[in-house]
Design a protein around this ligand. Structure first.
Ligand code: RFL
Ligand code: PHB
Length: 392
């Protein structure tokens, strides 16, 4: 078996798999190393909202067929507070839309595309470590099927998520890390029920935030703000429905539709950025370099924007002998990342119950919500960020 690849991709999340797919389309070979099993990667429940630019990339690179067929195109979202719902007309305001299509379905489509062209992917690898990243021939060591292996490469793409090994492999002295941990989390459920609403509902209520999203005509995704230390198993279905009903229902008679809850989990919330996103021949992309709270639905979309940029920079390096894209990768990617960090932080602060905040702050939240739904300029600001700025 071969021992050298132009690019070794660590992690088979949206960032790693899409990068490997884009590189293949550019004629650059790569291998993807993933610590979990293929079945686990293909079934982990995470994001749901794809920005217009993400949809465009999946369509243009030949992996959007099932997304177009099974995903749901949405032209607006609703903000609910004070017993009323207010529509933000995303498409009327921006000319752009979003698609609700589960992240693990994107993953399945990308793995199928890699497998169809016999792309190298190794699942269930362990003890992954990266070496010699400041040389022109770095390497990655790992264990698979009980054997230790070492591969060399020209570049390592660190797409191994927030808890991966690539970011810590960059010397601490060159890394600057910015972080904010929120004192609340999200309780997420999957429900077998028809949709309660044609559009996503983001609700701000005295008891806390709630979000009504969807997955399919028969499966719905819902979240509500909770203490981050809650244990999901400790919550009865009755208690969960009570919170969801109380936080989302409005004076116009709209009611949430119930059904059997078949998955429960508690999600911690943080904002995090590591700069720079490159050291020597190691380049970070996606959650390995940055995290946003899920309120703005930006995480997976940022991962896609990162690898779109990185793939072009690697193309310039391998095919045009031009290193400018790689040298400028971190700085250029961070512009979009900081914008998404601010938007996600802003949405989070505006919509969540802030237990530590004085009553004055609560009035500020309410005033901001009222402004966002009543001013075209403020609605447009939300809409433009939510559908995503064009991917450069
Ligand atoms: P991932 O998806 O975490 O993938 C990293 C992969 O690397 C593997 N790995 C390793 N492999 C080899 N060796 C090692 N040492 C390794 N360590 C880790 C892991 O097993 C994994 O398979 O990172 P990536 O690719 O950067 O993608 C990021 C997205 O997954 C993430 O940002 C989104 O899910 C965030 N997010 C959302 N993003 C959106 O754009 N829209 C949304 O609507 C949205 N909703 C969400 C979300 C995240 C959520 N959770 C659970 C945090 C909703 C939720 C509830
Ligand atoms: C989801 O459907 O999982 C989802 C939707 C919107 C968000 C976060 C998650 O902001």
């Amino acid at each position: 078996m071969r021992t050298h690849f132009p690019v070794i991709v660590v992690g088979a999340g949206p960032a790693g798999l899409l990068l490997s797919h884009l590189l293949h389309l550019q004629g650059i070979e790569s291998i993807v190393l993933e610590s979990r099993s293929r079945a686990a990667v293909e079934s982990t429940i995470r994001a749901g909202v794809l920005e217009q630019g993400t949809m465009d990339i999946l369509n243009e690179t030949g992996v959007g067929e099932r997304m177009r067929r099974e995903g749901a195109l949405h032209h607006g979202i609703e903000l609910a507070f004070g017993g009323q719902r207010h529509r933000i007309a995303l498409t009327d305001l921006t000319g752009r839309a979003i698609t609700v299509y589960a992240q693990h379905e994107v993953i399945k489509d990308l793995i199928a595309a890699r497998a169809a062209v016999h792309g190298d992917m190794l699942f269930d690898v362990s003890d992954v470590s990266v070496h010699d990243i400041d040389s022109t021939q770095p390497s990655v060591q790992f264990r698979v099927n009980g054997q230790v292996r070492r591969l060399t490469c020209d570049f390592i793409a660190g797409c191994d998520g927030f808890h991966g090994v690539c970011r810590p492999a960059m010397p601490a002295s060159v890394r600057e890390e910015y972080q904010r941990v929120y004192p609340f989390g999200w309780f997420g459920v999957l429900v077998e029920a028809p949709p309660s609403s044609d559009e996503l509902i983001y609700a701000a209520h005295e008891r806390g935030f709630a979000l009504i999203s969807t997955r399919s005509p028969t499966v719905q995704r819902m979240y509500f703000q909770c203490d981050p230390s809650e244990r999901a198993e400790a919550w009865s279905d009755e208690r969960i429905w009570h919170e969801l009903h109380t936080r989302t229902e409005s004076h116009d008679g709209w009611r949430l539709k119930e059904g059997p809850i078949f998955q429960k989990s508690v999600i911690a919330m943080r904002s995090f950025v590591c700069t720079p996103m490159q050291y020597g021949r190691l380049f970070l992309a996606g959650d390995s370099a940055h995290i946003v709270p899920p309120t703005g639905a930006k995480g997976m979309n940022l991962a896609v924007a990162d690898v779109w940029r990185l793939a072009r920079a690697l193309d310039d390096f391998f095919h045009r002998d031009d290193e400018a894209g790689l040298r400028g990768y971190s700085e250029a990617a961070l512009k979009r990342i900081w914008r998404a960090e601010h938007f996600s932080y802003w949405m989070t602060r505006m919509m969540h119950r802030l237990d530590d905040a004085p009553p004055f702050e609560q009035q500020m939240q309410r005033s901001e919500l009222e402004y966002v739904v009543s001013s075209r300029a403020a609605s447009l600001m939300l809409a433009e960020n939510y559908v995503g700025l064009p991917i450069a």
